[in-house]
Design a protein around this ligand. Structure first.
Ligand code: KG4
Ligand code: ZN
Length: 338
């Protein structure tokens, strides 16, 4: 089956053609980063307007590069939740119009599940596995039983990990987007320069949860208190220390989940899965079978949407033209299934 995927939940306008949920024939990602950089963050109104301007060309390019036309498609998949309402609506409306005009089946997919599907585009991975979904909007450790069947074990109780990277980078003017800027700087810094306070939430119920508001506030407001005066106060040292504190917390909860469930296959997804230190830290654990998406498929893209959409369409899932965009997915707080 040849599926067109469309992704517009945040600031990337993307379309991709994927065959049988595995072979990425084309993947176009038109990033709006330059247009949001002057505000140091995504401006929802600008994002949805740009999606409206760009989406037609992005979809046309994805079909062109794949060497096919709409009539060759077996179905259309679009991110319908969660994300920025105005941005999601552009992709959903476009997908519905295309599906209606071409008489093709279409299905709305969950962006979070799509991120966890990204590594499966490249490799056969057996369920169950422990999913690690880390992005600007989500931080989740879950037992993944199937492509749309997850049991959320841990989440963040406040900021998402990527959001914490972005806020610290914004405060210190380290670059935009903050996560990749901190990653770059950290490679030249010394993480021992600052020892952020350990955040321990474990009181039984938060066994796999993380919290980023503490280290974010410490990094922004209380740096003097935690800085080791033996080290120079450089952006590189700050980036390395913050990155280590943020990632170590995540890894400790992930390893708890691995130990408790006995599931040693770990599949990562989301923008923060591109982080160099996170990848290196987990690669040291020879007891884990690790899958990270290629860097091009860590951040938002439409190949993961087409891949997951294929699984859903092949099972017979169809959405009607009344499908709406859902900015939030409350089920991901802590429960089973999407
Ligand atoms: O998955 P994504 O593109 O969008 C969301 O669904 O949120 O993730 C974007 C997030 C941003 O917070 C960005 O700063 C972070 O991923 N990010 C990184 C890196 N590359 C992107 N964080 C840490 N290290 C990176 N190399
Ligand atoms: Zn995303």
């Amino acid at each position: 089956m040849t599926i067109l995927g469309i992704e517009s939940s945040c600031d990337e306008c993307a379309a991709a053609v994927v065959m049988d949920g595995r072979r990425v024939v084309s993947s176009i990602v038109a990033t709006q980063i330059a247009r949001h950089a002057e505000f140091d963050g995504v401006v929802p109104e600008i994002a949805s307007r740009l999606h409206t301007e760009w989406i037609h060309d992005v979809v046309a390019r994805s079909l062109d590069e794949a060497g096919i036309s709409v009539s060759d498609l077996d179905g259309i998949a679009v991110t319908s939740k969660p994300g920025l309402a105005g941005s999601l609506l552009v992709g959903v409306s476009f997908a519905k119009a295309l599906a209606w005009a071409a008489g093709k089946p279409f299905v709305g997919v969950n962006h979070v599940l799509a991120h966890l599907y990204a590594p499966l585009l490249a490799e056969d991975i057996e369920y169950p596995f422990i999913g690690l979904m880390v992005s600007g909007g989500h931080t989740m450790i879950c037992k993944t039983n199937g492509f749309d069947d997850i049991e959320v074990l841990g989440t963040t109780i406040d900021d998402a990990i990527g959001e914490a990277f972005d806020k610290v980078a914004k405060h210190y003017g380290l670059g935009y987007p903050g996560g990749s800027a901190i990653d770059r700087l950290a490679r030249k810094g010394n993480a021992a320069a600052c020892k952020f306070p350990a955040t321990n939430l474990y009181k039984g119920e938060h066994r796999y949860d993380v919290s980023y508001s503490g280290i974010k506030t410490a990094a922004i407001r209380q740096l003097d208190q935690f800085w080791n005066p033996a080290f120079e106060r450089t952006d590189e040292n700050l980036a390395a220390a913050f990155e280590k504190a943020a990632v170590d917390m995540l890894v400790s909860r992930l390893l708890r989940a691995v130990d408790d469930t006995g599931i040693t296959t770990v599949v990562a997804g989301g923008g923060v899965a591109a982080n160099t230190y996170l990848r290196a830290r987990l690669a040291k654990r020879s007891d884990l079978t690790l899958y990270f998406p290629p860097l091009s498929l860590c951040g938002d893209n439409a190949a993961m949407v087409a891949g997951l959409g294929y699984r859903m369409l092949a099972r017979g899932d169809r959405d009607s033209l009344s499908l709406n965009a859902s900015p939030r997915v409350t089920a991901f707080k802590r429960s089973v299934r999407s």
